[in-house]
Design a protein around this ligand. Sequence first.
Ligand SMILES: [Zn+2]
Length: 62
Amino acid sequence: MAYRAPSRVSGKISGKNILCFIGLHKWKRSGGLNVYASNVREKYFVCERCGKKKTVYEPKKD
Ligand SMILES: [Zn+2]
């Protein structure tokens, strides 16, 4: 016989966050930094759903 534990909502991964779980984040620009001494520009993104952050380095064009 199978005992069924009461279903618990496992906090983070629920609803639309499933997209984040499989890696489809909703990136939103959260700022950037122009490093004059280097050849790249830093851009910061944050996921609107889960709050994950990433930094993208973009080469500067003259
Ligand atoms: Zn996310």
